[in-house]
Design a protein around this ligand. Structure first.
Ligand code: 13P
Length: 261
C-alpha cells in the first residue's frame, strides 16, 4: 500500500504565490515509488500549477467541485472540467459540510462523480467536538463513511482514500484545536477498517487507504504515521510552510520504510 502526504492549501495564496511555492517544493521533494505527494491549491491556481508540476514528484488535487458534468450551474466547476488538471479531489471536508452546508447526499454524488471522471476522491469524515462529547463518534463515522460510499460500486471502494479529520482537531475551525492523541486516532482508524470489513469484506477493507488529518506538524507526524492503520496524512496549516511539509514527507518515507508489515 502506498503512503499519501496531501497538503490542503485551503483559501490561501494567490496564483503567483502558489506557483512560487510549488517551485520551491519541487526543488526539495524527491520522487518516491511508494509515496504520493499531493497538493490541493485554490481552484484559480490549478491550470498554472498543472502545467508547472512534475507529477512524479507532486500531484494535484482540487478542494471541491460540483457533481454534474455540464450545464446551468452558475459558479460551479465539474470533474469533467477538472480531470485534465488534477489526479485527486477532496470531497466532504468538514469546512464544506459545516460552513457551506454540504450534505451526505451531495457528498456521495461527488465521490461517485470523481470516480466516474477518473479522479481519485479523498472522502473526509470526522465528528465534531459536541458529537464526541455525546458519545456519538461511532455513529457519525459510520454514517459519513457508508453514506459517502453509497453510490460507489463495490469494485471501486478501495480506490477511494478515506481521511479521518476530527473537526475539533482542525486548526482554524472556530475554537482552538485540540491535538488528537495517537490512541484516539488509532481507535477511529480501526473502527473505519471494521466498518469497511463488515460492509465490503476484508480484502477491500485492508486495501482502502486511510489517512489522518488535524493539526499535523513535523513534530507529531511520526506518532500518527506509525499507527498500523494509517496510510497517510491530510495536512492544512503545515502544508503552507515548505520546511514543515518537506520534513513530513521525509518522515513518512522513513517511518513507512522502517515498518515491518
Ligand atoms: P490543519 O492541519 O491546519 O489542522 O488542517 C487540517 C485539514 O483540515 C486538512 O484538510
Amino acid at each position: 500500500m502506498k503512503t499519501y502526504i496531501i497538503g490542503n492549501w485551503k483559501m490561501n495564496f494567490t496564483v503567483g504565490e502558489s506557483s512560487l511555492y510549488l517551485h520551491k517544493l519541487l526543488s526539495k521533494v524527491r520522487a518516491y515509488r511508494d509515496l504520493e505527494t499531493v497538493v490541493a491549491p485554490s481552484l484559480v491556481a490549478l491550470q498554472t500549477l498543472s502545467l508547472q508540476t512534475d507529477r512524479r514528484k507532486i500531484k494535484l488535487a482540487c478542494q471541491n467541485f460540483f457533481y454534474k458534468d455540464f450545464g446551468s450551474y452558475t459558479g460551479e466547476v465539474s470533474i469533467s472540467q477538472l480531470r485534465s488538471l488534477v489526479d485527486y479531489a477532496i470531497v466532504g471536508h468538514s469546512e464544506r459540510r459545516y460552513i457551506f452546508g454540504e450534505t451526505d447526499k451531495d457528498i456521495k454524488k461527488k465521490v461517485a462523480a470523481a470516480l466516474r471522471g477518473g479522479v481519485t476522491p479523498i472522502l473526509c469524515i470526522g465528528e465534531t467536538d459536541s458529537e464526541r462529547s455525546f458519545g456519538e463518534t461511532v455513529d457519525v463515522i459510520r454514517d459519513q463513511l457508508l453514506g459517502g460510499l453509497s453510490d460507489v460500486p463495490k469494485e471501486d471502494i478501495s480506490k477511494v482514500l478515506i481521511a479521518y479529520e476530527p473537526v475539533w482537531a482542525i486548526s482554524g475551525h472556530g475554537q482552538p484545536a485540540r491535538l488528537a492523541s495517537p490512541l484516539d486516532v488509532a481507535d477511529v482508524l480501526k473502527l473505519v477498517r471494521n466498518i469497511l470489513r463488515e460492509a465490503f469484506g476484508s480484502k477491500i477493507s485492508e486495501e482502502t487507504p486511510l489517512l489522518f488529518g488535524g493539526s499535523v506538524r513535523s513534530l507529531n507526524a511520526e506518532s500518527y504515521l506509525s499507527l498500523r492503520d494509517c496510510n497517510g496524512l491530510l495536512i492544512g496549516g503545515a502544508s503552507l510552510i515548505a520546511p514543515e511539509f518537506t520534513d513530513i514527507i521525509e518522515i513518512a518515507k522513513r517511518v513507512k520504510n522502517d515498518r515491518v508489515i
